[in-house]
Write a protein that binds this ligand. Sequence first.
Ligand code: AMP
Ligand code: ZN
Ligand code: FE
Ligand code: FE
Length: 300
Amino acid sequence: MLIDLHAHSSRSDGTDLPAELVARAADAGLDVLALTDHDTADGWDEARAAAEAYEIVLLPGLEISCRHLGAGAHLLAYLPDPRFPPLAEELVRVLDGRNGRLPAILARLHRVGVELDVADIRRVAGAATATGRPHVADALVARGVVSNRDEAFDRFLSPGRPAYVDRYAAELTEMVALVARAGGVSVLAHPWGRGSRRVLTPQVLAELAEAGLAGIEVDHNDHSAEQRAALRAIASETGLVATGSSDYHGTGKVGHPLACNTTSPDQLGRLLDRADASAQDARQAGAEPPRAPGVAGVNT
Ligand code: AMP
Ligand code: ZN
Ligand code: FE
Ligand code: FE
């Protein structure tokens, strides 16, 4: 059974529509795909309908931009009710932070002689709910300023580069609790990708497990073989679920094809059990988390 728990559609910064993403997942031989757009659940309905047609299991999720001890961290939230008011309000804050800083990024680009306007971003962002630096990068590619997203980040958009602008992100431990209250379960995405190893130490990961974090992404292409082995050991010592996933973005991110990393059925089973437990409590508190999908041999 092939399970990929992290993929983006064009509702955030992927390049496939949710239904196209699901079609590609079926093509890649996946049995289970999680749709985890940045800070939005807007693609869920379309992906769910497609998953029914292609007979694969769709696990609805989000990748929420958080901050912990001053550093950025991405939290994968599976099966929460995105309309549960406290969660919905925080997601609006994060989305507003990302969308609202576009003018500041454009002003900084102007200062270094690069002219882009909001219409340029709109054109490349299509139906995205979350528009961020990747869309600015795409607009720079469309203008012929750079040849791909990576070059745009390296020259202009990464921290320390001339057009970088910080934005609001949710506090990580608060978000872990909020996801649970909304009936979902959370997994820390690529904990040691892009230099966050300095902050997310084994000690900090153990504390997050205590605070309700259910799992960590171990098999991710931003992790070396040595990092994966160390993270797997931490997961087994702390009781964290160890997942693997592609972080697929369509043509928006090279080297992350669907199913390049996968999660084992027993680890998915543990995640779904945790989600079931928080969904029960959340329903009593008035949240309406989606029903966990039945995965043959895992929770059915
Ligand atoms: P934003 O949410 O606007 O801050 O943009 C962050 C997103 O940009 C991340 O979630 C990645 O998908 C993407 N990203 C960050 N750094 C890079 C990079 N160096 N190259 C390509 N994409 C990147
Ligand atoms: Zn992304
Ligand atoms: Fe991420
Ligand atoms: Fe991602």
